[in-house]
Every structure is written in C-alpha cells, then in structure tokens.
Design a protein around this ligand. Sequence first.
Ligand code: UN1
Length: 515
Amino acid sequence: MNITEAKKQIMGKLELDDVNSGIFYGEWAKIEGRDTMVSYSPIDGSQIAEVTMATEEDYQKVLDRAQESFKIWRDIPAPQRGLLVKEIGNELRKYKTALGKLVSIEVGKTIVEGEGEVQEMIDIADFALGLSRQFYGLTIVSERPHHRMYEQWLPLGSIGVITSFNFPCAVWAWNAMIAAAAGDICVWKPSSKGALIAIATTKIVNRVVEKFGYPPLFFLVVGRGREVGEWMANDPALPLISFTGSIPTGKRIAENVAKRLGRTILELGGNNAAIVTDQTDMTIALRGVAFGALATAGQRCTTTRRLILHQAIYDEFLTKLKNIFEKVKIGNPLEPGVLVGPLIDEKAVENHLNAIQQAIHQGGKLIFGGEKANIPGLENGHYVIPALIEANPDMDIVKEETFAPILYVMKYRTIEEALEIHNNVPQGLSSAIFTNNLRDEEYFLSPSGSDCGIANANTSTAGAEIGGAFGGEKETGGGRESGSDAWKNYMRRQTVTINYGKDLPLSQGVKFDID
Ligand code: UN1
C-alpha cells in the first residue's frame, strides 16, 4: 500500500486536511497569519500535510483558558472525571485502526505497532477510570488527644506535557488520562514530527469533552521545541512539566523548571541491556532480544541496545541472532510481514551510520548490517539495516544512546561481571535477564543487580505494560509516569490536622499559656 492510498483512507475519518491548525485553545486557532511546518512521512519522504505553529500570543491564550477550565474541573468529583476518561477510551476504540494507521504513516511504525500505540492509550484510559475512585490518602494517628490527622490528594493545576516522535500519542495519554482523572488540565506540546497525530488525537478527545458539556481540558500547542518547550519550562502557571526526549534537552528543561521550583517528570534516554545466561530458554531469549533490538526500528526508549552474553553460549546465540537479523523484513511498515520500518528522518540515518563508524574506530567489530537500506520504490524513505556489533563495554559509543537499531554484543563469565558491564552506562531505564537459573535471576533483581527503573526476567526490555510505573534512574531522569502510584505526581498532597476537643494541646508538648 502506498502513502497516498493510506492517507485517503484515514484523513477524512480523522478530520484532517492538507493544512491543519496546530493550536487548540478551546477552539482551533485560525490558520491564516501563522507560520506552518510540513509533516513528512518517513516511509517515502512525501509531504503529508502542513501544520500551523503557535505564536507566544497563542501560547498565552492557551494558558489563560487552561486556568479558567481548571477552576471548574477541580471541583468535579473524581469518579465523575473518571467517567469522562472512560468515554475517551471508548472513543479511541472506535478510532484504533484509523489513528493507528496515521501513526504508521507519520512516524513509520508497522501497522500492529501503530495500533498498539492506540491500544496503550485505551489501556491507560481504563486504568485512569479505576484510579478515579482510588485517590487514597493515609490516616495518621495524632499524638494529641481528640485530634485526627489524614492526608488528602488534591488536583495540581495545569500541567505541561512534552512528547517525543517515537510514542507520539501513547505517552501523552499516560499523562493526560491520569491528569484528567486527578483534576488537572493538560497542555500538550507534541513532537513536530508527530503533529498530525496530536491534532487527530486532540480532535477525538475534545469531542468527548464537549459532549459531556465540560470546558476544554486538553489543549494543544504545536511549535518549535526551542520556543514552546522553553515557554512551558519557564512558566509558573504549569506546576508540573512531564518531558520525554533526549538527555541534553531534558537537562535544560529540568534546570528551567527547577529555577522556579516546579516539578518535573523526566523520561530521558535509555541504554538498555539484556543479559543472556548459560542456562536459558534459547527460543524465548532470541525472540525477546530480537523484539527489543528491532521493534520500532530501534527507536524506543526501551530498545535493547546492549547484549551481554555468557561465554558458554556466546557463539551459538550470536550465530542464531545474526540469522534473525539477516532474515528480518525491512521496508514499508504498511506492508504485512515487515518488522522494521524507516527511521524518523535523514538525520537519524546519519546518526546511525556515524555511530557505527565510531564503534569500529573504537575497536568494535561489525558482524552484520549497519548500512543504508534501499527499498525499491521508497528511495526517499529513511531505511537502514540493523547492525550487530561485537564491542567492549568500555567503548565510549556503547555508553551513548543512538536512536537507531544498533545492538552492541559483549561477553561475560560470572553474573557479577555481567552486572558490572550492565550498570556501566550513564542511563538507567530498562533491563532484562534471560535465564532459568534462579540464583542469576535473583542476583539481577538484588541491590547489587540492575540499577534501572525497569527490570525484567525472561521478557524484553521493551514493551512495558501501562499498569506499572514507567521511568528510570541516573540520566534517564528519575521520573515515573503511567501506572502504579505515578498519579501522585499529578496531585498535591495535603496533610490535615483536625482538633475536635475543647482544648488546644500543642504538639511536642509545647506550652503557650497566654493567661
Ligand atoms: C518510549 O519509548 O518512550 O515499553 C516509551 C515500551 C512502550 C513505551 C515506550 N510501552 O516499549
């Protein structure tokens, strides 16, 4: 299927045009008089649409309206807010195929991965519905007679969500669905490479909001990262900024938000490794490593970038993995059977090629792939052959996250050594061990084990479920979003003390007698 045909099937359904407004402040801002950016498909390099970008005035209007909406939304009981989120989930179910296909067209994911992305949004909506009845606080015993203490969780305000091209709507939903249930308003700056997806998503969810008669809750500001991102980071009207993206940008955002003592949730780079021990189920390990390294063409934060193999299975595993790399179908992600689609743009292809050159220069041995891939009929797409490189854990390039399908392979003898190699990078997002050896598995999960936010046994570093808290340590930024108790980031905790007695006893036995 070509892009024109695929586009024809969905643009009308998703209410998209050739030129679209990228600014939603309760209504869609006019197109006239604003700069536009072009959205290209990485599949064949063709232009899919133009999108207008926000001016600072637009941004201010969004923030003003968001503050107005918050005053209403915060007083709606949480279980009622949950009903809205539930309906958004249902609406997304209706658009799973169309929105999923747009994800494929605009950022190059395979059809199943595009639909998986929408499924992730549906899942988090379901999760947020349940959560809307569970914003529990603790009851605390007081040291004073006739006193009661408890904690309550209250809405935080308008929150800023800045997302990356690789999960162009799912990561927004992780934030937006929880935030909406929590009573917050969401201001979204999507990646300009996923702007159409963001517009389509905003249209779908806001129709539901309107149907309920609520004020606008999900705002959209498409624009340059250097502008909109900075406005948001510096804006005290946004008490929380949730940012997904690179480590250097994350550091800049964190500094700016910290200067005004705001909160951040940072989900920055990953450099995830899988350890395969000498006692392992080869089929599971091969499948898990291949999925981790190749899915989304190596452009997930959770992509397996390093493979740490026990010396006893090193040769066998590598030969089998090389076979998989050789066979895996690269090409148009809209075609059935294709598992590896394009990289997002030509810069990403350059980064891929450069990283491989550096790896070789630093002593790595390229054992498969690495070059540009020419897909007949898609000469303007951005395709590469995934690379397998035997490497040394101390090579500088191995410690960097290159957002491309490059897998560095290393050898170990003892599990202690495997974990030393594993933890020897600045990032700390996801990790995996493939083993049937209980001791190795438990060592991996012990305090001396994986230093990552996510640690998996016998399953891939990639493909986390929404029910868990998602995020990582070290330069990954320490944030947690999505499931578990990540909702606490989106609310403010209030400690309440109530005196129902006839005196005023003071804490710590302090006396303050005024008569
Ligand atoms: C990301 O790459 O930013 O765990 C998010 C996964 C997906 C989410 C990745 N569920 O691979």
